[in-house]
Design a protein around this ligand. Structure first.
Ligand SMILES: Cc1cc2nc3c(=O)[nH]c(=O)nc-3n(C[C@H](O)[C@H](O)[C@H](O)COP(=O)(O)OP(=O)(O)OC[C@H]3O[C@@H](n4cnc5c(N)ncnc54)[C@H](O)[C@@H]3O)c2cc1C
Length: 256
């Protein structure tokens, strides 16, 4: 990976998404020409936060906002505090508005099809946990650009408290008929099952999202598929779509 120019950004907002996950909104310098495509990631570092060799600790984070949000001068990273030993993720959760966060990039080929390319019949997103981050950036892009293509999001997380971007995604499902949202809980109480009257919105189904795919995706269609989450979940989802007949070039994945 070629190292790009380091760009100092200013942390302006910290949005607590779940007990372990925050979204960090970073303002770019006014003169910055930084750009990226929905789905790509940046390498983040914190001035003075060094490893034992005296080099900056750098970690990869997907951009969770849309390139369209850059027009307002910011980008967002949505980061899980991984718990005991998580070196960088714990450190950034100690940061406060006004602090500098360095980024470089963008990197990666997990990229949303562009607006001028032939649109798919549907965008189909499958996420687990913080894997929602780059998919949220893609979904925002599709909606902000008013692309006339239906969107399905199948999102799994552990328990009700772990629903990242809950308000934003719920609002899309409530307000946009072309937006299908299904969420699934891999753990936790099934009493959290919440039925909605909307046919495009099912919340809190029980079980891993990968187990629900055969029911949610009954057959091959012209969807473009984007999967993001832990390796096991991504592997199982990709295997499902391949077995269902989706060609390789229409199934995109990112894992960490
Ligand atoms: C392309 C790419 C995009 C990424 N995007 C995001 C993103 O948008 N949001 C995000 O939160 N992370 C993302 N990551 C993961 C991120 O780069 C770091 O790996 C993560 O934040 C852990 O770094 P750390 O320094 O806190 O932990 P480290 O100090 O590197 O690891 C410490 C310990 O924590 C364990 N650990 C590391 N990650 C996890 C985990 N997820 N769950 C449980 N244990 C873990 C390690 O096995 C190790 O034992 C992405 C990774 C890649 C490669």
């Amino acid at each position: 990976m070629a190292v790009r120019e380091i760009l100092p950004t200013t942390l302006t907002d910290i949005i607590q998404e779940t007990p372990r996950v925050c979204t960090f909104r970073l303002a770019l310098p006014r003169e910055s020409s930084f750009s990226f495509q929905a789905g790509q990631f940046v390498m983040a570092s914190i001035p003075g936060f060094l490893n034992t060799k005296g080099r900056p600790v750098r970690r990869a984070y997907s951009v969770a906002s849309s390139p369209r949000d850059l027009e307002k001068g910011f980008l967002e990273l949505t980061i899980t505090r991984v718990g005991e030993g998580g070196f960088f993720s714990n450190r950034i959760h100690e940061c406060r508005p006004g602090d500098t966060i360095n980024i470089d990039g963008p990197y990666g080929s997990f990229i949303l099809r562009k607006a001028h390319e032939t649109p798919p019949e549907r965008y189909l997103f499958v996420a687990s946990g913080s894997g929602i981050a780059p998919l949220r950036g893609m979904i925002r892009t599709i909606l902000l650009e008013d692309r006339k293509v239906p969107v399905s999001l199948y999102y799994g997380y552990r328990s009700p408290a772990d629903f990242i971007f809950e308000k934003e995604l719920t609002d899309y499902a409530m307000e946009r008929s072309g937006f299908e949202l299904v969420t699934a809980l891999s753990r936790g109480e099934t009493t959290a099952l919440e039925k909605t009257d909307l046919p495009n919105f099912r919340k809190g189904l029980s079980g891993r999202i990968t187990r629900l795919l055969p029911e949610l995706v009954p057959g091959i269609d012209g969807a473009e598929v984007y999967i993001c989450g832990p390796p096991e979940m991504v592997g199982q989802s990709e295997a499902f779509f391949r077995a269902a007949g989706y060609p390789q070039e229409r199934v995109h994945k990112e894992q960490w």
